[in-house]
Every structure is written in C-alpha cells, then in structure tokens.
Design a protein around this ligand. Structure first.
Ligand SMILES: [Ca+2]
Ligand SMILES: [Ca+2]
Length: 366
C-alpha cells in the first residue's frame, strides 16, 4: 500500500474497518523507516474545555517536516517540525481524551504512533470564586490606579464589581499599580493582595498573585510593580484586589472579618511569545512561530467568514478541508477574508499556500 493511500485512510479513520487499515498501514511504513517518536509528551493548564500540550521529538527537529496530532481517533491538526506545543480547545469538561502524535520526516516517512497521552479535563469553572469581607466599615479600598483605571471608592459593602473599568496593558510589560486604604476613624495595619487571571481559566492561581504587601500609608497610594508574563493570554482578564485587616488576604475568601474586595478588568494586548520554558499559543490566534509564512486566522469560532492575516502579502491561495481530510473549498484569497457560506457547523482545517510554503490552521464554523 503506498504512502498516499495509507495517509488517506489514516486521515479518514472513521469506521472501525478503516481504523484497522490505518493501524496496519502505519506499522508497515514505520517498519521500513521509522523517524522516531517523542522523548516527552505532556499536558499542562488542564481546564474544563482546553489544555496545552508540549512535546519533545526524539530526533533532530531539522529532520522533521510535520507533527500530526491525533485527538482520540481524529486528526486534530498538523504542526510544523519546529513547533513543540499547541493549545487544544473546545473540549468537554470531565472527559478523558487520548492524544497521540505521528511524525512526518523530510524524506516523507511517517512514524508509528507515539505512546498515548491520557488527559482528563477538569470540571468547568463557570464563574470566579466569591470574595467579600464581613465588615468594611473600619477599612476599605479607596483607590485603585493602573493604566486607564483610576478609581476612587468608598466602603462598597465588602465586595464590588468594577469589571466595567478596563486597563489596557501590553503583554510582557512591567506595570505599576497604585493602591490606598481608607479608614473610618483611625488607621490599622492592613495588607493588600492583587491577583490577575493571566491564563483566563477563572481560577486565581498562586502564580497569578502579583501583589502582596502592607498598606502603611493612610489615604496615600502605595505603588507596587509587577510583570505581565509573556505566557498570559491576550484579551480581557479579571483582576482582583483585596485589603484585609490582620493577616494576608487570599483570592477566594467570602467570609473574612474586616476589609474589602474589588474586581477589575485588564485587557492584555499582544501575542503570547516563547518563554524560557515553553512556547504557548493564543486560543484564537494560532500563530505558528518560526515559520516564514506566519498566519493568523480569526475569529475562531467563525460565522460568516474568517480573516486571514499572514506575513507574506504576496498572492496566496487557500484550501479548506473537513476533519476527514475531504477538500470542501479552495481558491485565491481576495483581500484578507475567506467566506464560509454553505459550510456546515463543525471543525475544519484551512491551508494557506503562497507558492513556496503551506501553513494549516484549525478552525470551527459556528
Ligand atoms: Ca471600595
Ligand atoms: Ca488563572
């Protein structure tokens, strides 16, 4: 069985019969020239509907053409030979998924499957935890200043939702937040805490605890500096500010005695970039780094069209395939939009070709 036919069956892989064929086919190929599998294959940031995968090939990446990622029995996507991570989204909460990888080397050989990686998504977190003091009459947050936010307030009843107040901050930037405490009569020793949900999973992890300090100056703001990490997800992000009398505040405490909690919004601007430990991908702008043809498709999920933003503005063509590999539509990109009329709701792959290079992105049609 030749490789093209093998791959076709490999991609179809829907019926039980086809799965058997796929297995035999890949073993036949890999028995001839197996280019190696993975040294590591891990998942992190596992949430209710998304997670991130990281992998390390066991052969020199210079010899790898593509990684083909499987989610259960379906092709999730093709990734360039230099890529080592991917954000997987649209998952069902509390469900176990099996991820496997196949490597296509630059000689056209397909590896066998990698060892399976079993990942169980968590319970979906619908909303942020509550936090509120029992009594804010003695002390309260009376000023929060960061970016465009400059909010003076009184005692708000233990908690107040100021998420309509938005500060635009650049990813990777160092920032200053100014906080001050207000008191009814006399001053007390208070502690501030600030959390920003950088990975937007609706959980304030300790790694997102950006400010922890005493509020010592009555009715004068105190400045604290913190960094927006390169791994933060772009977009509107919840920031929680708390003040507490005696002891350090925690992000989720709806029953502490004295103090106040306020929530705000930080709009993180920019693209997630490669950090020292990992390279992360934005959930809607699947930009493949280290490729000459850099492509971003959005919105995702899409409705009437997807906008294609690519680095090389020369004439480019496109091809849309469904999850089975069947070509649904192809043509030349006019402007920067590709219409999705008549496409049934579901998952598709769009390939952008500029004559020399090809980049494939996964998207969802609503
Ligand atoms: Ca207040
Ligand atoms: Ca978080």
């Amino acid at each position: 069985m030749n490789k093209v036919l093998c791959l076709l069956i490999f991609c179809i892989g829907i019926s039980g019969y086809a799965k058997i064929e796929k297995y035999e086919c890949l073993n036949d190929i890999s028995a001839n020239k197996a280019p190696g599998i993975l040294d590591s294959f891990t998942a992190s940031d596992i949430a209710g509907s998304d997670l991130e995968l990281f992998w390390t090939p066991s052969i020199n990446s210079a010899n790898i053409d593509s990684f083909i990622l499987y989610q259960n029995d379906d092709v999730y996507g093709w990734f360039s030979g230099t890529q080592t991570n991917a954000l997987i989204f649209g998952l069902t909460p509390e469900t176990t998924y099996i991820f496997r990888m196949v490597i296509l080397d630059k000689s056209g050989n397909y590896s066998d499957f990698s060892d399976p990686l079993y990942v169980t998504t968590t319970e979906e977190v619908i909303s942020y935890c509550t936090a509120s003091s029992f009594d804010d009459t003695f002390e309260h947050i009376d000023y929060v200043g960061i970016g465009e936010i400059s909010n003076t307030s009184s005692a708000d009843g233990g908690y107040y939702d100021y998420t309509d107040k938005i500060a635009n901050l650049l990813i990777g930037s160092s920032n200053t937040i100014e906080l001050s405490a207000g008191f009814a009569n006399m001053t007390y020793e208070e502690s501030f805490g600030v959390w920003i949900d950088f990975n937007q999973n609706k959980i304030f992890e300790e790694s997102e605890h950006v400010v922890s300090g005493l509020a010592l100056i009555y009715e004068e703001s105190t400045s604290y500096r913190f960094l927006i990490p390169n791994t933060a997800r772009p977009g509107n992000t919840r920031m929680r500010v708390a003040i507490q009398y005696e002891g350090s505040p925690v992000a989720c405490n709806s029953d502490f005695a004295y103090g106040e909690v306020e929530d705000y919004t930080i709009n993180i601007i920019g693209t997630q970039t490669k950090s020292a430990s990992s390279e992360r991908r934005a959930n809607i702008s699947l930009q493949e780094n280290q490729q000459k043809l850099s492509v971003t498709v959005f919105p995702n999920p899409a409705d009437e069209y997807i906008q294609v933003d690519f680095s090389n503005k020369s004439t480019a063509s496109y091809m849309i395939n469904d999850i089975s590999g069947k070509t649904i539509r192809s043509g030349t990109i006019e402007g920067d939009k590709v219409g999705l009329e008549s496409l049934e709701p579901g998952t598709y792959f769009i390939s952008i070709l500029n004559g020399k290079e090809k980049v494939t992105k996964r998207f969802v049609k609503k």
